[in-house]
Design a protein around this ligand. Structure first.
Ligand code: NDP
Ligand code: 2IT
Length: 445
């Protein structure tokens, strides 16, 4: 593999798609050795075929606000790779959404879904719509207009979207309602559905729970656990909430959460009633970080800063891409961090990742750590196909087993001669091999 030539060609073809190019480079660097050892991959053009999406669909999403004003947003669905199953991946509604971000997320999703052991291909979609500050009725009208186009492209055996940033249970509900009306069928075409209409118990918690199960396995390799560990978390959305809940349950103390404007440091720990309080604020569409510091006077709000300057044993970045840079990584290492596990997708910049690896810090990449969300989506698809509903205990046991298996795959492919586990390499190789071999079996398509 001539990595630099591949990257130069891709940069020429897709100029300015920074996040996409970043995600591709990381995977190619990890798999270079195994790729070169298997000449059948090169002769089947696996790299050239895997780095380009099968197709990218864009559409306009017109909607009317509560004052009668017309708005037009952009809608996208990137169907990246369907070698091992129907396209599967979330929808993101955030003003920053563009093709580069959705291609990076769709590309990552291929390998993440492969790691889950379930038959799911990779995809991603979304819109530059900003749900913040919108009324329920506005969100509903937007979701309905979005689905008016998206429904033509998806199906329970074709492409199954779910949530991501800005898309939770409410948005999935409005989109599902419109799909059902248009397709005249009640099928598992979206995951993250409500419990009463086909959703799986534990899907909302699954990404955060799974991330903590994965981090628990990482700690276990050193004979440690979460008991008494100080944990820094960023964000306080769906993933961060699940992670904070599970860390607390396992005896750890969560001392930070964050938003785009800064972070909260609460030395007393963010748990129980405090988490409930944050959820209420979030549900009422309010800013959560500042009100928290007024409500709990021991907590401090650090305007414009990130939580990575706080001394902690475990760091769980759970907000968004590239939110943990080189200086943040250096600060974490200097403060004695033991384990960094990415709840978000690609939250650490490449030089931050290298800093952790060079310092032999246990570092779990998003595609392994946060795979519990899509894995539980896969379990929701299974329940929908079988027309049954598993209990919380059944889903949790399956999720736990999947996260342990993903950890095992990372150890298998990522253990270095000195015993250090390079989870980035392990996850990328394990995820890639399954998809690449499926592509070989299915011919040039
Ligand atoms: P949510 O929309 O529920 O929460 C996102 C959180 O991140 C919020 O706390 C938000 O703060 C914060 N945030 C968003 N943008 C920024 C920014 N630019 N700078 C700082 N903070 C920011 O999303 P999720 O919890 O679902 O997703 C979080 C991450 O986890 C994403 O990377 C997503 O791709 C990934 N992920 C999600 C899965 C899922 O099942 N939902 C599964 C696997 C990965 P505020 O609300 O104040 O804007
Ligand atoms: O990034 C992700 O894995 C998700 N947002 C969840 C995708 C899914 O289909 O459940």
């Amino acid at each position: 593999m001539n990595l630099e030539k591949i990257m130069t060609d891709l940069e020429k073809k897709h100029p300015g798609e920074v996040e996409y190019l970043q995600a591709v480079r990381e995977v190619l660097e990890s798999i270079e050795e195994i790729y070169n050892e298997n000449p059948q991959f090169e002769s089947a053009g696996i790299i050239e075929r895997i780095v380009e999406p099968d197709r990218v669909l864009t559409f306009k999403v017109p909607w009317v606000d509560d004052n009668g004003k017309v708005h037009v947003n952009l809608g996208y669905r990137v169907q990246f790779n369907g070698a091992i199953g129907p396209y599967k991946g979330g929808l993101r509604f955030h003003p920053s959404v563009n093709l580069s971000i959705l291609k990076f997320l769709g590309f990552e999703q291929i390998f993440k879904n492969s790691l889950t052991t379930l038959p799911m291909g990779g995809g991603k979609g979304g819109s530059d719509f900003d749900p913040k500050g919108k009324s329920n009725a506005e969100v509903m009208r937007f979701c309905q207009s979005f689905m008016l186009e998206l429904w033509k492209l998806i199906g329970p055996e074709t492409d199954v979207p779910a949530g991501d940033i800005g898309v939770g249970g409410r948005e999935i509900g409005y989109m599902y309602g419109m799909y059902k009306k248009l397709a005249s069928e009640h099928t598992g075409v979206l995951t993250g559905k409500g419990r009463n209409w086909g959703g799986s118990i534990l899907r909302p918690e699954a990404t955060g729970f799974g991330a903590v199960y994965f981090a628990q396995e990482m700690l276990r390799t050193k004979g440690m656990d979460f008991q008494g560990k100080v944990v820094a978390i960023s964000g306080f959305g769906n993933v961060a909430w699940g992670a904070a809940t599970k860390v607390t349950e396992l005896g750890g103390k969560v001392v930070t959460i964050s938003g785009p404007d800064g972070y909260i440091y609460d030395p007393d720990g963010i748990s129980g009633a405090k988490i409930e309080y944050l959820l209420e604020l979030r549900a009422s569409n309010q800013d959560i970080v500042k009100p928290y510091s007024y409500e709990f006077p021991n907590a401090q709000f650090h305007q414009g800063k990130r939580p990575w300057e706080v001394k902690c044993d475990v760091a769980l970045p759970c907000a968004t891409q590239n939110e943990l840079g080189l200086e943040d990584a250096k600060a974490l290492v200097a403060n004695g961090v033991i384990c960094v596990a990415e709840g978000a997708n690609m939250p650490s910049t490449p030089d931050a990742v290298n800093t952790f690896i060079e310092n032999k810090i246990m570092f779990g990449p998003g595609k392994a750590v946060n795979a519990g969300g899509v894995a539980t989506s896969g379990l929701e698809m299974t329940q929908n196909s079988m027309k049954i509903s598993w209990t919380a205990e059944e889903v949790d046991a399956k999720l736990h087993q999947i996260m342990t298996e993903i950890h095992n795959q990372c150890v298998k492919y990522g253990t270095q001669p000195d015993g250090y586990v390079n989870y980035v390499k392990g996850a990328n190789i394990a995820g890639f091999l399954k998809v690449a071999n499926a592509m070989l079996d299915q011919g040039i398509i």
